[in-house]
Design a protein around this ligand. Structure first.
Ligand SMILES: [Cu+2]
Length: 148
């Protein structure tokens, strides 16, 4: 699964709305972008937080993963729409200061629907979406996706 994550990342890039946000802090619909920084301890920490914990994201919001480390990382969903096709995948997020040292993913209604279906929770008000780094065993975190 992880070996193929690179290949899948490219497919994902071609197929979906993974966007590079430049330096703006506005999502495509004008909402606030949630920034999750990847630190040198390979933790995913929400901007302003002191430690890693699940990050709450409302449907429609955009998450930006910002790499503050000197090696590349990914944020790759454990849930797969089908084999080796993660629900979301940033692909490689380059080392800090390089081009593509951040990647954004918008958690739209389509993603909510897909996740709810995969988790078999059609009536849920929130969904727990775990994800991992495709390059480092044990590097993982989660998003709590909430229906407004
Ligand atoms: Cu990593």
């Amino acid at each position: 699964m992880r070996v193929l994550s690179l290949t899948m990342a490219f497919a994902w890039l071609a197929l979906t709305a993974v966007s590079q946000g430049g330096d703006k802090k506005e999502g495509s619909k004008g909402g606030k972008v949630i920034v999750i920084k990847i630190n040198k301890d390979r933790q995913y920490i929400e901007e302003g937080a002191k430690s890693q914990k699940p990050v709450i994201v409302k449907v429609g919001q955009t998450v930006r993963w910002q790499n503050d480390d000197s090696v590349k990382h990914t944020a790759t969903s454990d849930l797969e729409v089908k084999t080796d096709e993660p629900l979301f995948d940033t692909g490689d997020i380059a080392a800090k200061g390089k081009k593509k040292d951040h990647m954004e993913i918008t958690f739209d209604k389509e993603k909510w629907d897909a996740a709810a279906k995969l988790l078999k929770m059609p009536n849920a008000k929130e969904l727990r979406l775990t994800y991992y780094c495709g390059h480092h065993e044990g590097q993982k975190s989660e998003i709590i996706l909430k229906l407004k």
